[in-house]
Every structure is written in C-alpha cells, then in structure tokens.
Design a protein around this ligand. Structure first.
Ligand code: ZN
Ligand code: ZN
Length: 265
C-alpha cells in the first residue's frame, strides 16, 4: 500500500513533522508515501473562519523540507503532494499558481460550500438546518466541476459530505454513478481515504458502490490515511487492501511530477 494523504503540523490542525511521519511509514513497511498538506488558502484570496491551512509564506519551506526528506529516505519513496481546495471562481489564480510550484501530485478537495467549512466539527450542527437533497446535489456538482477543471490529479475524500452521517432520504446512487462517469471522462484519479472510519460516519470514503462503478469505468485509485498525526499513517490499511481486492482493484496510481503510473499491489 501507499499512503498519499499525509498532513503536517504546518496546517495548524495536525501534529508532527514530515520526518516523524516517514519514520512511521518505514516502521510499518510502506514502500511509498506522499505529503498532501493543505495549500495556503491565502494564495487563493480565501479567508476561512478558522485557520486550516499553512500560511502562504510557509509553502516554500514545506516543499523544501519534503525534497530534503526524499533525498534522505532510501527505504520509502517520498512524494511531494498538496491538497488544494476547489473553490469556484479561483480557477485562473490556481492555474497561475500551479505553474509556479513543482508537485508530484495535486489532490483537489472540497471543504467549503458558500463559506461553510462543512468538514469541520465546529460547524457540523449546521447540517441540521439544511435540505440534505439540495446539499448533496450542490456538493457533487462541485466534485464534477473540480474534475472538469483539469487542475487536479486526484479528488480527495470524494464523498466527504457524509462525514457527520447526514444523508438525504432518497437514494444517492445516481450521484455515485455520475461521479464515476465524470472521473473516467476527465481521466482523474480518486482515493480510498481511510479517515472516514474515525469520523462520525464511521466508514471509508468513498462508498463501495463508487469504488465498483469507478473500477468498471477504468478509473485509477490511490490510498490515503489523511493522517493528521504520525500515529495515523497507514490507518486501517489492512481493511483498505482487503476492500480494494474484493472490489477488484489490482493496481494503485502513483505520481511523479504529475505524471501517473500504476503499480500492482
Ligand atoms: Zn486537515
Ligand atoms: Zn481534506
């Protein structure tokens, strides 16, 4: 397994240095890891209600620290990733920024809906006042637009809208099927993100039905623990590997300088 979704203390809501995450990866025998800390929202001119990303001034240090770690890690391959919020209207800015920095891969994630940080426990009460049908529609439309933007190699925790266990009354299958179709059409990868098991919803992202639909359409997948502390590196990877095998995945997507290759597992 690979762990392509690691945070660091720079984002202000995680703990540990990259070297500490790497030490755990080595200990549990992962062949490859990638850091994907939160891209500075300030560079996208967005100010969240609480600080959840590194500051613009830290990005260069983040990149340098990981490059240094790459060179000093003979056992585990280390990749330089980043997790960037897909915020409609910031596409032009994002395009310019992406030419300035060298990443192995870019995870596109949605954490905000009209200024609501809907993945943050502080604001989870807000789900109670929402029309969940409309909310799911809005969320998945953003996911599809993120894919179509072409700026992201991987979509992060693709059905994270379920994080606190709120789901519409009606079926959601059409969202999952359409998401698989758009991933395939735009040749975007997605991830099996194991963090959801420790969230109120208590299941991986995404729903197994989306894994199945995506595989059927030839979509490629990465795996990530979304670790916000070194102790979470590779969390539930035994279960993740079993699930991926059951569904029928036999390869994982890896990235170098934003070019994808597949490794069997
Ligand atoms: Zn985070
Ligand atoms: Zn995220």
């Amino acid at each position: 397994m690979i762990d392509y979704h690691l945070h660091t203390s720079r984002c202000c809501h995680a703990e540990g240095s990259p070297a500490e995450y790497l030490a755990v990866a080595e200990e549990i025998g992962l062949p490859e890891i990638g850091f994907a800390d939160h891209f500075p929202l300030g560079l996208l001119d967005y100010t969240p209600r609480v600080q959840v990303t590194m500051l613009p001034a830290e990005l260069d240090d983040y990149l340098e620290e990981i490059e240094n770690l790459k060179a000093a890690s003979p056992l585990v391959r280390v990749k330089t990733g980043i997790e960037i919020d897909y915020l409609p209207g910031t596409e032009k800015k994002l395009e310019q920024l992406l030419t300035k920095y060298s990443f192995d891969y870019v995870i596109g994630s949605i954490h905000f809906l009209d200024g609501w940080d809907f993945t943050h426990p502080f604001y989870a009460e807000s789900y109670k006042e929402r029309d969940l049908e409309a909310l799911y529609e809005t969320y998945f439309e953003l996911v599809w637009n993120a894919c179509r933007s072409g700026y992201f190699d991987i979509i992060g925790h693709i059905d994270v809208i379920k994080k606190f266990g709120y789901r519409p009354q009606g079926a959601i299958d059409h969202y999952l099927q359409e998401t698989a179709r758009v991933l395939a059409e735009t040749d975007t990868s997605f991830e099996l993100n194991t963090a959801g098991r420790d969230a109120p919803v208590s299941e991986f992202y995404p729903d197994r039905r989306l894994l199945e639909a995506a595989l059927a359409q030839g979509v490629t997948i990465t795996v990530g623990s979304d670790a916000h502390g070194p102790g979470q590196v590779g969390r539930y990877f035994d279960k993740a590997e079993k699930l991926l095998r059951e569904v029928g995945f036999r390869a994982l997507a890896t990235f170098t300088k934003r070019s994808r290759s597949l490794i069997p597992f």
